[in-house]
Design a protein around this ligand. Structure first.
Ligand SMILES: Nc1nc2c(ncn2[C@@H]2O[C@H](COP(=O)(O)OP(=O)(O)OP(=O)(O)O)[C@@H](O)[C@H]2O)c(=O)[nH]1
Length: 199
């Protein structure tokens, strides 16, 4: 058994069902899970080692539950985060309001956390443009106003997930090699993710 160290903490935030878990699944396991939607309870964690130059650093990704029932808990998970991926569903305008809420929270409580604004389920829009509820330029203007990077992704097709939303060189910008990582202690497995999902 070896100790697990997390060098940079990343938190996923956004309304329930926007696709946070799917984005993490696509990024970490290169897959899209089909079947009934399983809402996250509390939060789930996954460690992802990435190559940065000649070093390997470990991202600790906290996938929070979007349900407002867990809102207070989500605050615990963004504490000390280097990066936050704030997600909204391109086909659900209320999810964009919720994204604004999380951005405000981060600005008030974690001013050094880098924000990535992510419009999800782009494949649905490509299939039927009338489904789009959030104009690209409105979201882009908001992203510029808050100094965030903005992407539209699809976890189903993988579009923009590796290339942009989770682009490793973006995370490199939030990682300073001088800072010590956080030791999470002895863990049997660095992956204890799926147990945090409801049926
Ligand atoms: N078509 C399409 N469906 C998606 C995509 N991403 C997620 N979904 C679907 O949206 C639903 C919710 O996805 P999740 O990833 O569980 O959403 P979540 O934001 O983690 O939800 P909570 O755990 O409740 O916060 C599931 O039925 C997914 O299959 C996508 O890129 N395209």
């Amino acid at each position: 058994m070896s100790a697990m160290r997390v060098d940079a903490k990343v938190v996923m935030l956004g309304k329930e069902s926007v696709g946070k878990t799917s984005l993490v699944e696509r990024y970490v396991h290169h897959r899209f899970l089909v079947g009934p939607y399983q809402n996250t309870i509390g939060a789930a964690f996954v460690a992802k080692p990435i190559q940065v130059g000649d070093k390997v650093i470990t991202l600790g990704i906290w996938d929070t539950a979007g349900s407002e029932r867990y809102e207070a808990m989500s605050r615990i998970y963004y504490r000390g985060a280097r990066a936050a991926v704030v997600c909204y569903d391109l086909t659900d305008s209320s999810s964009f309001q919720r994204a604004r809420f999380w951005v405000k929270e981060l600005q008030n409580c974690e001013e050094h956390c880098k924000i990535y604004l992510c419009g999800t389920k782009n494949d649905l829009i490509e299939g039927d443009r009338s489904l789009r509820q959030i104009d690209y330029h409105d979201a882009q203007d908001f992203a510029e106003e808050i100094g965030a990077q903005h992407f539209e992704t699809s976890s189903k097709t993988g579009s923009n997930v590796g290339e942009f939303a989770f682009s490793e060189h973006l995370f490199v910008s939030c990682f300073s090699a001088e800072e010590p990582g956080v030791d999470l202690g002895q863990k049997k497995d660095s992956y204890f993710y799926s147990c945090c999902h409801n049926n």
